[in-house]
Design a protein around this ligand. Structure first.
Ligand code: V47
Length: 411
């Protein structure tokens, strides 16, 4: 099928089919695909590019799926070297970086810990809300929600309700991987199935908790798997309207069993595929308002280009990135607020700081960023940066955790 037929449909605002999705993934005409996705995005978001001043928090890396989710470099068995579980006081101390920064969102995900109960998380959410009332909480993947339901003997709906009551506004999109049963059996056997992942998000949407959705690409999935995954997300969105943003996640092959088995260590996805996944996601997911680029995975360079390929949302300041750096991502741990503004402006777009629900927090007319964008490599924090980070979590010392200190010395 030629892209001409698809281009005509996009011009008319017509929904694309499975065959169209397969033709887009099969095509090497990246510029045409990008132009079409840019058109689709412009219609929804004009020149606005959103970002959240966010902080990722990973309370534990202990995960009972450690040996079966073979793509993951973050998880550890409880007694394994590098395993950690934070006390609530430690989580609160880490979150206190938000006292001296413009943080508006905590993004909280971890592993499936065999012993941490629902109350550990609900106490954490309440404690964070009490300490940082201006910060919204996006927490726990559908996989973590289902795990908590299982160990507590509750329904997933009850767990979601408890999360909502203790201060969680939205759910992150992790754990979706790729829904194809065959690919899932290879990379994440024993994880929640695709249908179960969708069911938890359906319940969250019904309870008034919007969520994000993701797809992990660049491992063993076929092009059919990618398209079917996107169509499953689109079908749920038709039903509930609860997805806020779609985030394609680029598989990183270092320090995990899958990367070794595939002989892929040191070779992450290509920039070509990264941009194509953004653009095809924008084109197929005609009912999801936003598409986000996750710069820790694909580099700030590719993320900036993605803003012309159908993407209107840039991952935020992050502060501590662990999941991808454990898997060999060579990107920085964090970007400062001003670096993000500079990246977006550099792509000719209009930065908009948002909250977790995509409500505008701030626009930037006449704003002068204090730091220039820097190259995406680890190194000392640039002068004027919002955080000083000790980059201990490098590939050479990857089992250690990073330590960040707010500039004013807050603990
Ligand atoms: O589900 C794990 C992925 C996800 C690897 O909702 C890996 O705003 C690449 O979902 N290589 C968790 N990816 C992170 C996630 C996310 C990220 C940013 C924003 C949002 C959001 C959600 O990370 C996992 C898995 O798909 N992942 N290991 C790896 N080696």
């Amino acid at each position: 099928m030629s892209l001409r037929t698809i281009a005509d449909k996009v011009d008319r605002g017509e929904r694309l089919t499975r065959e169209d999705g397969l033709a887009l993934f099969a095509s090497h005409d990246l510029l045409t695909i990008g132009r079409l996705a840019d058109l689709a995005n412009q219609r929804k978001n004009a020149n606005r590019v959103y970002f959240a001043a966010n902080q990722h928090i990973n309370p534990t890396n202990v995960c009972i799926l450690r040996n079966t989710c073979v793509f993951c470099s973050f998880a550890r068995m409880p007694k394994e070297d590098g395993a950690y579980t934070r006390s609530l006081e430690e989580v609160f101390a880490e979150a206190d970086a938000a006292k001296s920064n413009p943080t508006r969102e905590f993004h909280i995900v971890g592993g499936l810990h065999p012993k941490l109960t629902l109350s550990y998380y609900t106490d954490m959410f309440r404690g964070l809300k009490a300490r940082h009332p201006q910060v919204m909480i996006k927490a726990l993947t559908a996989v973590e929600v289902a795990h908590l339901a299982r160990i507590e003997g509750l329904s997933t709906r009850d767990v979601l309700l408890a999360m909502k009551e203790s201060g969680v506004s939205t759910l992150p999109g992790g754990g979706a991987e790729v829904f194809s049963p065959a690919a899932r059996a290879t990379i994440a056997d024993r994880k929640l199935s695709g249908d179960e992942w969708l069911a938890v998000h359906r319940e969250a949407h019904q309870l008034g908790m919007p969520s994000n959705c993701t797809m992990l690409y660049g491992h063993v999935e076929t092009m059919e798997d990618r398209v079917d995954h996107l169509l499953a997300l689109r079908a749920l969105q038709d039903e509930t309207g609860g997805f806020l943003t779609y985030i394609p996640l680029a598989y990183h092959p270092d320090h995990n069993e899958l990367g070794e088995t595939l002989g892929r260590t040191g070779t992450a996805t290509t920039g070509f595929d990264d941009l194509k996944n953004i653009a095809v996601g924008r084109l197929l997911l005609d009912n999801i308002p936003h598409v986000k680029t996750h710069w820790p995975m694909v580099t700030p360079f590719i993320s900036q280009i993605a803003l012309g390929f159908g993407c209107d949302d840039l991952e935020g300041t992050v502060v501590f990135e662990r999941v991808y750096h454990e898997a060999g991502a060579p990107t920085p741990m964090w970007l400062s607020y001003d670096e993000i503004v500079t990246l977006i402006r550099g792509a000719g777009q209009e930065p908009v700081e948002r909250d977790s629900l995509y409500r505008t927090v701030r626009t930037f007319e006449g704003y002068e960023p204090k730091v220039q964008a820097r190259v995406p490599s680890e190194g000392p924090a640039p002068q004027g940066a919002l955080f000083q980070i000790e980059h201990r979590n490098t590939a050479s010392a990857r089992r250690k955790q990073p330590v960040a200190t707010a500039v004013d010395g807050a603990e």
